[in-house]
Design a protein around this ligand. Structure first.
Ligand SMILES: C/C(NCc1cnc(C)nc1N)=C(/S)[C@H](O)COP(=O)(O)OP(=O)(O)O
Ligand SMILES: [Mg+2]
Length: 562
């Protein structure tokens, strides 16, 4: 049979390492879906809607490194833009693919369904340009190879999403077979001179410094530089603090781990040791309003900052220095200096004895956290949703091998349900656990039905505090109240393999312990455990953090727009 544009795209997706592609069908993409389905190395995964489809692809990219989301024109793609924005802000190469109108329609001035009702169909492509690193429209089959390869290569090199728009009558059009995939995937290595100069500048920056600390940020993993960071950390012997969005990117059982640096809501004594430092080596860090607690926790010493593909110092910048190579080079040139670890061991807080609730005690947030801590092991991946779950999750300690996923830059409530689903499709043998609030759950609950459909034993710990508690702490109002659902009953409506998926309510410590034990054994699909807690039972960190974030939001307008 003839080789087509759809076959070309399918082959390229498989060649860059995609094993599953997430879809919602529509008449603009059906022929394309047939071609993708026909590829032996691609497994089509249907989603309930395009917001969840794009968020599932975002989660898949966290597990797999790259992902694909295939939607129909306009009504589909515009919802998928939200997960694409998440991938952009979280530095994940999500390939957004949209079907589009037949190439003859524009010239015939046809008004088409799903469109805005006029004859310029380019609005979607124009919008996609803003939220991707490369957007292409395939105008003719002959241009498909060049444009598809360009978009894929840009996404892989930039760790950002790209956009490919394919007219419904081109997916089945004849196309040449692809050339070597190395043309798309071959990485861009560091410029030799820049790498040498950057390493030399590091030596100058660190010379004479007595108290260096390494601060790890979320771009470390996106740059694939975790191993090299470990080499550098051990070559220096210094304290290693981790930003909240980077939790899990440095082993928490490592003797140089000093906790999560998050200003006044840090864990351990991370903020003390970071403020004690006279040199801060920032690796993949992102200082935004949330990670700096409303700008109250910006380090105030001159920083050295190593990003995905450049390094900056006070008074110097080096482009095209790739993070893994830079850290590996530094590991061979730095001088050992463990002064901040020696000091940290003087500051290290003593482990608190956590109250163990009696089985009949009403369930609290603290008891729920204590029981989740006991669930974590080397095979666990913990997803924490925007909400107090951020704070409760970040306070947990990750045992060796445990993974952690958080979406702190985009912060879309409900992300964790589809994202964990996408993640688990890639790693079904891992134990995926989600900590999520009631408000977030209501945004994307449909995707639990996909966990049932694909028999993924994901455990959903739903913290039901009756509303939007983060927003209450930042600024309360009637809008923070929501309609309560019978969450356990909803899950049973998703018709699990063995007649029903598991949904249970835990009102006491004992009921939670029983539910977790059952969840550990139930492998045929997801278990949702609704933990009922008081609506003001939130973490002290949330209250402190919310206070400063609200203050940052409230800064009065300056100057002539007063
Ligand atoms: C409404 C909103 N944020 C605003 C918001 C609104 N819409 C989207 C898509 N994303 C957002 N972050 C937030 S954090 C709620 O407190 C979440 O409530 P819930 O899931 O119930 O968690 P907590 O009770 O722990 O806060
Ligand atoms: Mg809530």
């Amino acid at each position: 049979s003839k080789f087509t544009v759809g076959d070309y795209l399918a082959e390229r997706l498989a060649q860059i390492g995609i094993h599953h592609h997430f879809v919602v069908p529509g008449d603009y993409n059906l022929i394309l879906l047939d071609k993708l389905q026909a590829h032996p190395d691609l497994k089509e995964v249907g989603c309930a809607n395009e917001l969840n489809c794009s968020l599932a692809a975002e989660g898949y990219a966290r597990a797999n490194g790259v992902s694909a989301c295939v939607v129909t024109f306009s009504v589909g793609a515009i919802s998928a833009f939200n997960g694409t924005g998440s991938a952009y802000s979280e530095n994940l190469p999500l390939i957004l693919i949209s079907g589009s109108p037949n190439t003859n329609d524009a010239g015939q001035h046809h008004i088409l369904h799903h469109t805005l009702g006029h004859t310029d169909y380019n609005y979607q492509y124009e919008m996609a340009k803003k939220i991707t690193c490369c957007a292409v429209q395939i105008p003719r089959a002959v241009e498909a190879p060049r444009l598809i390869d360009r978009a894929l290569r840009h996404a892989l090199l930039a760790r950002k999403p790209c956009y490919i728009e394919i007219p419904t009558n081109l997916s089945g059009a004849a196309c040449v077979r692809p050339g070597p995939i190395s043309a798309v995937t071959e990485p861009v290595l560091s410029d030799k001179g820049a790498l040498d100069a950057a390493a030399k500048c590091a030596a100058e920056y660190l010379a004479g410094k007595l108290k260096p600390v390494i601060l790890v940020g979320p771009k470390l993993k996106r740059a694939g530089a975790e191993k090299e960071l470990l080499q550098l950390a051990e070559a220096m012997g210094c304290a290693v603090a981790v930003q909240p969005a980077a939790k899990g990117m440095f082993p928490e059982d490592h003797k140089q781990f000093v906790g999560i640096f998050w200003g006044q809501v840090s864990t351990g004594a991370a903020d003390s040791i970071v403020h004690w430092a006279d040199a801060l080596i920032c690796v993949g860090t992102v200082f935004n309003d949330y990670s700096t607690v409303g700008w109250t926790a910006m380090p105030d010493i001159p920083l050295m900052a190593a990003d995905i593909d450049h390094v900056t110092y006070p008074g110097a910048h080096f482009s095209r220095v790739r993070l893994p190579e830079f850290l590996a080079r530094l590991a061979t040139t730095v001088t050992f200096n463990d002064s901040t670890m020696i000091e940290y061991n003087r500051l290290r807080p003593d482990p608190q004895n956590v109250h163990i609730a009696a089985p009949e005690e009403e369930l609290t947030r603290k008891e729920t956290s204590r029981q989740i801590q006991a669930m974590l092991d080397s095979n666990t991946t913990l997803f924490v949703e925007t909400g107090d779950s951020w704070f409760n999750g970040i306070q947990l300690t990750l045992p060796p091998g445990a993974q952690f996923e958080i979406e702190m830059q985009w912060g879309h409530i409900g992300w964790s349900i589809p994202a964990a689903f996408g993640y688990a499709m890639r790693w079904p043998e891992r134990r995926t656990i989600i900590m999520i609030g009631d408000g977030s759950f209501q945004v994307t609950a449909q995707e639990v039905s996909q966990m049932v459909r694909y028999n993924l034993p994901i455990t959903i710990i739903l913290m039901n505090n009756r509303g939007y508690t983060i927003e209450v702490e930042i600024h309360d109002g009637s809008y923070n109240k929501i309609k309560n659902w019978d969450y356990a009953l909803l899950i049973q409506a998703f018709n699990g393999t063995d007649g029903h998926a598991k949904g249970v309510v835990a009102n006491t410590a004992g009921e939670l312990a029983d539910a977790i034990r059952d969840a550990n054994e139930y492998k045929l699909g997801p278990t949702l455990i609704e933990c009922t807690i008081d609506q003001d039972d939130c973490s002290k960190e949330l209250i402190t953090w919310g206070h400063y974030v609200a203050a940052a939001n409230a800064r009065p307008p300056k100057g002539r727009n007063e």
